[in-house]
Write a protein that binds this ligand. Structure first.
Ligand code: FES
Length: 82
């Protein structure tokens, strides 16, 4: 989490459409800090140690996450911006 936030101001956009998320509890309880690894596995950023060569996603791969209308918009915007 610290490594990611030192490079930006958020970890991800909320899947519920209520804005940027950057973690809240910092102890693995609130689930506000979800990020995804390159295989699509969901990880809590606050309790995951960064490993050399690790690649993290700040948006979920669509096939691993319930796709809500807000998430569809977010994924489309993310793809358009990359
Ligand atoms: S910040 Fe609450 S679970 Fe990670």
């Amino acid at each position: 989490m610290v490594a990611m936030l030192s490079q930006g101001h958020k970890l991800r956009q909320s899947e519920f459409g209520d804005g940027a998320r950057a973690g809240f509890c910092l102890m693995g309880a609130c689930q506000d800090c979800w990020v995804w690894d390159e295989t699509g596995q969901r990880l809590r950023a606050c309790t995951t140690m960064v490993l050399d060569g690790m690649t993290l996603r700040t948006a979920p791969p669509g096939q691993y996450w319930p796709v809500t209308p807000d998430l569809q918009l977010h994924l489309a915007a993310t793809e358009a911006g990359s």
